[in-house]
Design a protein around this ligand. Structure first.
Ligand code: ZN
Length: 426
């Protein structure tokens, strides 16, 4: 077992005792079984137990736009394909159906919590909760009309209603998500900050994803993006900034100083040719870097295990240094640091007494995971999403033997194909 505690202990023949939603004990199986009289025992011989993986940046409902447009420059992709499709199709019903597919994909790949930025988050919350997935759901804020709101006041009133409705829920954490610096002016950013402070919730924002965005911010405000946010008093540990690709050293120092969490979305960045985030430098400076997939229209999956492997390898090559992003650091980024960056470090991210039981098992009895010298190495460099066997969220088993047990997988795929027929007009 890899509980992902501070010391990154590896417990041979380990067990977790769970009562209700909570972890009550962790240790050697023989000791745990002596100490308790469990109602049920889930035996997983030949598997490794670890905390659920955390996806810190996605637009989960975009799974319904997976593969709708690829191999295009970012602006064409967004303006000619994604935004028109969103304006045409988004609705509470679309979100509810699409989130089923997103949760199915993520849970089966060992992801127990995701951080979202999208619209109609109330529908997303109801679906994620029904399926049994933990989520931080950020209501998107834009300075221009979209399918979900037509004025700034409407965006904010939608956000406040959502926050009030969901604050205190055990699985769903409400959040506010001003989209980016080129889509939200200073008034919206300050207003989002005020709302976040009022309700003590996180803020989720895209930051420095493209060179174009940096030029745009420089033209408008004569400051680089991170410095501009600092000048607004926006930066602190409640901020989860996605991408942070085009950041200079002084901006990295600011991100570290203000304890901003960063979501690194390697595969989306590679596919859209957005650039390479200076992850090795950020980690060296003490920035909490975590893993995001971004939406499935730009990735095109929600697979954190593959992000871990790709990211470690790409940054070794970029740094011309194979010692950077070692397997243990990558595991921290995918678990403990992900929860901490979302303000949920006391609840998730590791298997420790008092935390919620968000736990997965990976079956090591596979050709590509044999022999076994170092379990951290296998998870980061060799494991696949299909090796995930059991997934427990908040003390409840949601995936068993690799299959979702809280909803009908066939029905979810059927609905997704029906939507595809509608969207593609076939
Ligand atoms: Zn994004």
């Amino acid at each position: 077992m890899l509980p992902m505690d501070e010391a990154i202990t590896v417990i041979k023949n380990g067990s977790v005792a769970v009562k209700g939603p909570e972890i009550i004990d962790v240790g050697n199986s023989d000791d745990i079984l002596k100490r308790y009289d469990p109602k049920a025992v889930l035996k997983k011989e030949g598997s490794v137990i670890l905390p659920g993986l955390i996806n810190t940046h996605t637009h989960a409902a975009m799974v319904y736009f997976r593969g709708i447009a690829d191999d295009l420059p970012l602006n064409d992709w967004l303006n000619k394909h994604i935004w028109p499709a969103e304006n045409r199709w988004l609705s509470p019903e679309f979100i509810s159906d699409a989130i089923e597919l997103a949760c199915l994909e993520m849970l089966k790949g060992g992801v127990t919590m995701y951080n979202d930025m999208y619209f109609y988050e109330d529908s997303a919350g109801k679906t994620a909760k029904r399926i049994g997935m933990r989520a931080v759901l950020g209501v998107g804020i834009l300075d221009f009309p979209s399918k979900s709101a037509s004025t700034s006041d409407e965006y904010f009133s939608n956000a406040e209603t959502f926050i009030k409705d969901w604050k205190g829920d055990d699985l769903i954490t409400p959040c506010i998500a001003p989209h980016a610096l080129y889509t939200c002016g200073p008034d919206s950013l300050k207003r989002a900050k005020t709302v976040a402070e009022k309700y003590s919730i996180p803020i989720h924002i895209h930051l420095s994803e493209t060179e174009w965005e940096v030029r745009e911010v420089m033209t408008r405000y004569n400051k680089r993006p991170v410095e501009y946010l600092e000048s607004l008093g926006f930066l602190d540990e409640t901020i989860l900034a996605a991408h942070c690709i085009w950041v200079e050293d002084k901006e990295i120092s600011l991100l570290a100083k203000r304890k901003v969490g960063v979501s690194h979305c390697m595969e989306s960045n590679l596919k859209l040719a957005s650039g390479f985030a200076p992850v090795a430098t950020m980690l060296m400076e003490g920035v909490k870097v975590t893993f995001g997939t971004d939406g499935a229209a730009s990735n095109n999956d929600l697979n954190i295990l593959s992000e871990m492997s790709t990211t470690a390898k790409v940054h070794k090559a970029l740094s011309n240094n194979p010692t950077v992003l070692d397997a243990k650091t990558v595991l921290l980024m995918a678990t403990r640091w992900g929860a901490e960056a979302l303000g949920l470090g006391d609840k998730a991210g590791s298997i420790e007494k008092g935390k919620r039981a968000d736990i997965i098992t990976i079956n090591l009895n596979k050709p590509h995971l044999t022999p076994l010298y170092d379990v951290c190495s296998h998870i980061v460099y060799a494991a696949m999403a299909s090796d995930v066997e059991t997934v427990m969220v908040n003390g409840k088993v949601v995936v068993n033997g690799g299959s979702l047990i809280t909803a009908d997988e066939k029905e979810i795929l059927y609905k997704a194909r029906k939507w595809c027929e509608k969207i593609s007009g076939k």
